[in-house]
Design a binder for this molecule. Structure first.
Ligand code: ADP
Length: 250
């Protein structure tokens, strides 16, 4: 239970952290598995994000993710545990022991049943409907940004691109790299190959013969060209729950 361990202001003393091994490379620096020793003698496995540059612009961008993450408290969103605010700056997060969902899916591709995959969808739809109620858009939902805690539990992570919406809308600034293939057509770059295909009505096919037809229906609803005709995450969560219940009773 992380709630008992969180420092009230998220400040963590560097001496409390022991780095164990590198887990991957982030945009700002390496990410490590580490151990956090709390003053109550509890030892906790954590993920530690590092920032190699020390200039204030980079540091500010790096810390933005922490400012966003600290607003959330959901069982399927990676929790921020704390920050070391002296250089080198560290973000301490809940550790997802099995790493990125994308590589987990590829490495174990023959070991998933439909129920497990639907459980992942249900968990992620609940985290996204939670963000929706908080008026937050993640802006980079993809399997590479989902982490696996155990075979039955996935969590949304990587809030580097997320935004709070204040009734207005935002536009991508020129020159920024954006995940076009994962984006809605109206938020994506005009005159790109993907947009042309979408505007011509092209959509991805059913992902597998085992995909429940109701799930493919839901996917197509999410891909509707007209934004107002797409379901909200709260609706998606409800649909996935009933698809899952239906599969379980079969
Ligand atoms: P950035 O968003 O800064 O580019 P990521 O969040 O993608 O960095 O992290 C880089 C890699 O580190 C991820 O692909 C993943 O393998 C690993 N990683 C990041 N956060 C965690 C975590 N909480 N638990 C386990 N592994 C993590």
């Amino acid at each position: 239970d992380y709630a008992a361990i969180l420092a009230p202001n998220y400040q963590i003393d560097r001496k409390q952290i022991q780095m164990i091994e590198a887990l991957g490379h982030g945009q700002f620096g390496d990410v490590y598995r580490g151990i956090l020793k709390t003053n109550r003698q509890i030892e906790l496995d954590v993920a530690v994000k590092t920032c190699k540059e020390q200039d204030s612009l980079t540091t500010e961008k790096f810390l933005e993710e922490a400012y966003v993450m600290q607003k959330f408290d959901h069982p399927h969103i990676i929790k921020l545990i704390g920050i070391c605010t002296t250089h080198p700056i560290l973000l301490i997060m809940e550790l997802a022991k099995l790493g990125e969902l994308r590589s987990y899916l590829v490495a174990n591709r023959n070991d998933f049943d439909v129920i497990t995959l639907l459980v992942y969808c249900q968990q992620l739809s609940s985290s996204l409907s939670y963000l929706e109620t908080k008026k937050f858009v993640h802006r980079d939902i993809a399997a590479r940004n989902v982490l696996v805690s155990n075979h039955e539990c996935v969590k949304l992570s990587d809030f580097g691109l997320s935004r709070e919406i204040d009734n207005s809308y935002y536009k991508a600034s020129k020159g920024k790299l954006l995940p076009v293939k994962w984006m809605a057509p109206e938020s994506s770059i005009p005159n790109s190959e993907v947009i042309d295909k979408i505007e011509n009505g092209e959509r991805l096919p059913m992902p597998s013969p085992y995909c429940p037809p109701k799930l493919f229906e839901l996917m197509k609803e999410c891909w509707r060209y007209e934004p107002s005709l797409r379901p909200s995450f709260t609706q998606i969560e409800g649909s996935i729950r009933s698809i899952l219940d239906n599969e379980r009773s079969n």
